[in-house]
Structures are given as structure tokens and as C-alpha cells.
Design a protein around this ligand. Structure first.
Ligand code: SAH
Length: 353
């Protein structure tokens, strides 16, 4: 067996490993090796981004969903969720407040809500771009056709988040009902790339039935797809889903994966997610110290926050946008980083700072 430190150096130099090597790195490693990995990842992040953390304002504009993903709290079959849709005026109000607070990226996320036609989404994009032409728009509204994605791009959307969830067919089918396939998910990601979006893929750490081999496959898939953004966070059970009884992903494995992904994709945009902040009060700070360089505070109206509960005990559901923004700023500063207010586009240039 190769020494773990050698594997970490190889990952840093070659920006990839074999599946077997990833599995070895993902197995239990000593605290010293873990610290070595963390420092390599943090230094890589600093080399490309200095001490800057990008910030995105998240607007959860609908919790209606036609899908029935086994892990997700807003899945169609959960009849206990009170469903909501923000009006276009409410969305614009969130942007107004967000812009005032310094956000230059708005992330529009929602369930797969069939009532929004392509034209409805286009209208929202154009409406935001008209008032906030200096801002980037990120969509996260699930699977749509090539033509729909193209319309969104042409209307001015810049980025698209669509986690691949699992790069292994069998595992994917244990997380989703039959009508949702990995093949289509991948197809959507390819289409988004081809159209010209900055694309985000990713997966949950510790989701039910996930093996270390599965995670190694996720990493190899990410390397191959080469997305601009990679979102990972721990799986957290939601009490009204088929996965209510499964245990959550661990802090350690999530942090380790953030570091591995930083070394795999040195200049990628990697968020320190709300799910990470939910399983540990210091989770998001730890994420940044392990190589993450993005945070996504919530801009949704406080009145609907509780209804966008993908998993139990989600944090910040009672706070105003401004509270979230300043709370994160303090947290970031406390660990020696700085929140930046520019758009924070992906930059292909080798050295960014
Ligand atoms: N409908 C959109 C947005 C989904 S929500 C789409 O399909 O892309 C964004 C992400 O939250 C999902 O991709 C999933 O990885 C994550 N998520 C959902 N349920 C979760 C849970 N129980 N624990 C942790 N993360 C979860």
C-alpha cells in the first residue's frame, strides 16, 4: 500500500488519482494525514483566490416539486409541506435587498415546478437582468430540455447548478424513483455545458447506500465533466421521507472531500454549504479552512424559509437576509478570510489573484 501522504502529493501534482487510490484516501486516515491534506487544500485555495470568499444570494422561489426523490423534504409525496411560490414582485424584492447588501450573484433555486413555463422563467431572468445588469444569475431548477436551457441562457442566465447526485447508476436508482435516471441527469449537464453555462455538479456525502467506491466514481466523473462549480454537503435525513431513519453524512468525510475536490479542481468554485453548517455550528468555517471558497446565504423572505426544508433542522430559517449576510461576514473574518462582493465568475486563468 502506498503511503497516504504520497497519494495526497500525487493528487496535488497530477490533479487526479485512480479509483483504487481514491478509495484508499477515502478510507480512515490518520489525523496527521488529514491535517496534511487540509493544509495542501487550503494553500491551493489561497494560491488561486487569496483569502477571498465569494458570496451568492440564494432565493428559494418555489417549493412545489413534481419529483419524488427519496432524500428530499420537498418531494411530491410529502403532503405535510405547505407549498408556496414567490410572485415575480417578491423575487425582485429579494434581489433589491440582496443588491443593497452587496450581492452580485442571485441563485434562483426551486423544486421542479411544472407551472413555470420556459417563458415564465425567461421573464424572471429578464426582469432581474433589467434592474441588475451588474449581477450574475444562477439557476437551480432541475432537469429541462436543451431548448429550454438555451432559452434561459439567451435571456441572460449565466450559471446553472444541477448536482449529479451519484455517478453510479445502481446507487442513483436507490436515491430516485424509476422515472429519474443518471443518464438523463448527465445528458442535462452536457447540454448546459454545451450551451455555455458555467455549470455546477455535486453530490451528498453519506447518502443512503453510498459506498467509498461510489464516491471515487463521483470524483472521477467530476474530473471528466470538469464543472466550474462543485457543491457537496452531508446528507441529512428529513423526517417525512423514506430515508427518515438513515444516518446523516459525517463532518469528517465531508471536509475530507472538500479538500480532495480542491486538489482535484484547483480553481473551481466550491461552496461551504448550509447542510455543512447544519450538522456542525462551525461547519461552514471548517469548510473554508478545508478549501471551500463560496458561501450562499439565504435571501428568501423569512415567511417562507421554513417551508423550503430539504432536510431536518436546516439553519437560518428564522433570519432576515441582512442578518445572514452580516453573520457570515463576521464568521468569515474571524477565520482570516474576506467576503467579496463582485460577481465571482469562474476564471480559467491559472493564477487568479
Ligand atoms: N430541484 C433542483 C434543486 C434541488 S435542491 C434540482 O433538482 O437540482 C438542491 C440540492 O439539495 C440537491 O441537489 C440535493 O443534493 C440537496 N439535498 C436534497 N435533499 C437533501 C438532504 N436530505 N440532505 C442534504 N442535501 C439534500
Amino acid at each position: 500500500m502506498v503511503q497516504i501522504k504520497e497519494l495526497i502529493c500525487k493528487l496535488e501534482e497530477q490533479r487526479s488519482l485512480t479509483k483504487e487510490e481514491f478509495v484508499q484516501l477515502l478510507s480512515d486516515i490518520s489525523p496527521e494525514d488529514m491535517e496534511f491534506l487540509r493544509v495542501r487544500a487550503q494553500e491551493t485555495s489561497k494560491k488561486y483566490f487569496d483569502n477571498k470568499i465569494y458570496t451568492r444570494g440564494l432565493i428559494e422561489f418555489t417549493n412545489y416539486c413534481k419529483n419524488d426523490c427519496y432524500y428530499c423534504g420537498i418531494r411530491r409525496s410529502n403532503r405535510k409541506v405547505e407549498r408556496y411560490r414567490l410572485t415575480n414582485e417578491q423575487i425582485l424584492e429579494c434581489c433589491k435587498e440582496g443588491h443593497r447588501l452587496g450581492f452580485r450573484t442571485f441563485v434562483l433555486q426551486g423544486g421542479e415546478d411544472g407551472t413555470y413555463s420556459d417563458e415564465d422563467v425567461v421573464e424572471i431572468i429578464k426582469m432581474i437582468k433589467k434592474d441588475y445588469s451588474d449581477c450574475a444569475i444562477t439557476l437551480s431548477i432541475g432537469e429541462r430540455s436543451y431548448d429550454s436551457y438555451k432559452k434561459f441562457f439567451e435571456a441572460g442566465a449565466d450559471r446553472y447548478l444541477l448536482r449529479h447526485e451519484s455517478a453510479n447508476d445502481e446507487h442513483y436508482s436507490k436515491l430516485h424513483p424509476q422515472n429519474l435516471t443518471l443518464k438523463n441527469r448527465k445528458h442535462c449537464l452536457m447540454n448546459l455545458k454545451e450551451i455555455g453555462f458555467q455549470v455546477g455538479a455535486g453530490f451528498m456525502v453519506g447518502s443512503p447506500f453510498q459506498t467509498l467506491e461510489n464516491i471515487a466514481e463521483d470524483l472521477l466523473f467530476i474530473k471528466e465533466l470538469s464543472p466550474e462549480m462543485i457543491g457537496i454537503g452531508p446528507f441529512i435525513p428529513h423526517h417525512e421521507t423514506p430515508f427518515a431513519q438513515y444516518s446523516q453524512g459525517t463532518l469528517e468525510q465531508t471536509l475530507k472531500l472538500i479538500s480532495i475536490i480542491r486538489l482535484l479542481m484547483p480553481n473551481a468554485l466550491i461552496p461551504s454549504t448550509t447542510a455543512l453548517g447544519t450538522i456542525n455550528p462551525n461547519g461552514r468555517e471548517l469548510g473554508m479552512q478545508h478549501g471551500a471558497n463560496v458561501v450562499m446565504p439565504n435571501l428568501s423572505p423569512t415567511s417562507v424559509r421554513k417551508q423550503y426544508e430539504l432536510y431536518d433542522n436546516k439553519i437560518c430559517t428564522g433570519d432576515e437576509a441582512a442578518e445572514c449576510r452580516f453573520c457570515l461576514e463576521r464568521r468569515v473574518q474571524k477565520i482570516g478570510y474576506e467576503l467579496t462582493v463582485d460577481r465571482g465568475d469562474f476564471c480559467a486563468v491559472e493564477t487568479i489573484k
